[in-house]
Design a protein around this ligand. Sequence first.
Ligand code: 6PG
Length: 471
Amino acid sequence: DKYNYGMVGLGVMGRNLLYNIADNGFSIAGFDLDEEKVKELQEGATSEMKVKGSRTWEDFISVLETPRKIILMVPAGKPVDAVLESITPLLTKGDIVIDAGNSYFKDTNRRVADLAAKNLHFMGMGVSGGEKGARTGPSIMPGGDWEAFQLLKPMLEAISAKVDQEACTAYMGKDSAGNYVKMVHNGIEYAIMQLISEAYDLLKKGANLNNDQLYEVFREWNNGEMNSFLMEITRDIFQQKDSLTDGYLVDQILDKAGAKGTGKWTSEQAMEIGVSIPTIDIAVTSRILSAYKEERVQASQLYAKNEMTTPENTELFIKEVGDALYLATLISYAQGLALLVKASEEYNFQIPLKDVVKIWRGGCIIRSVLLEKFYSAYTQDPHLSNILLNKDIAVIVKEKINSLRKTAAFAASNGISSLGIQTALGYFDAYTTESLPVNLIQAQRDYFGAHTYQRIDREGIFHTSWETAKN
Ligand code: 6PG
């Protein structure tokens, strides 16, 4: 009997996704160049699973039913091209290769075209939820050829996370839409993580909360309207004891953040197609700035901070920080979703925004109860250009905006770095301002470069010979 699916790459993510597929009654063959990993796959499989490990491409390809459906879970970039080079000569018309890694969407477009020339399908599919999600139910964002997607749909629905019995997977659009949506998911992930870290800093430095108290605050936040995966793991992080010292682990971790690139791509994309996503940008650049550890130490000695003003009412302060975090998080989603709206037009992806927020409700890293509100906003208007324009969302924003202002002001006046909070507020204030002072920028551009301007009172393009200063 032939196998229903193939999986290339048996690292933790690939193996876990493979077991998840096998658990759901599909037979699946796994391939890895590393003998150890193939062995581990066999050893970890239960007797009910129809699983086979292969170490040669010929064997692997020959045991798959046609049209073959081969999932790649290998690092983005060259490894994907290397796999394609090995397998495409062995594939036959109509076979489908699904890239489940965090590949750059433009790479996917190129591969789609390359494989199409050989009568093969190539699809980009975002998978979120980490190792555990892959094993027990991730959020899955497939895009590309619609007919090919139909062949995968039953399996994807079976293995994905469920919210109210609905699968956290849906067709994300044409070409590389699946990778694009996952990229933006990660950009939002960066922003939310940045904001949570700032709330932590404010509570720790501003209100002197210790790890046990922080645990309590995040537990309470997670139990209410701020319930989310990132809130939940943050809560638990404050409980983790260190095995090497007798303190908490979080206090021993060096404050330099890593990044694999998806956040940076999101920012680059937003600049490329002209979408304002400052809170995501700032999250990317904050990780970069965090790496200047030695310089920061030096500068902190040169520019000593003033003494901290303690909040008068700690309980109220915590509540305001919570509301600020909630609203700044909402604004970050708004920015990311606005990028998807524009990208959908720009690249003709036809991304169904309503389905995006629907399948982000479970399984993925940015799952949160807030997504329910976005889902109902897009249900009311599938073409909503910015979530902030929805009237139900506006009710929430109005409720929390003063807390965001007060928290931003507290951070600013006490020299607590809060790049994410400040930009979320700054974005909101700019987005909700009817007349921005860029009339002056236009005047300057026309003054020194004859770049022309438009007027508010009549149609057309204008240029003025500006008078030089009278002094
Ligand atoms: C997910 C994550 C996953 C990965 C990120 C981490 O959705 O499961 O986003 O894809 O953890 O790529 O990215 P950084 O290493 O850039 O923080």
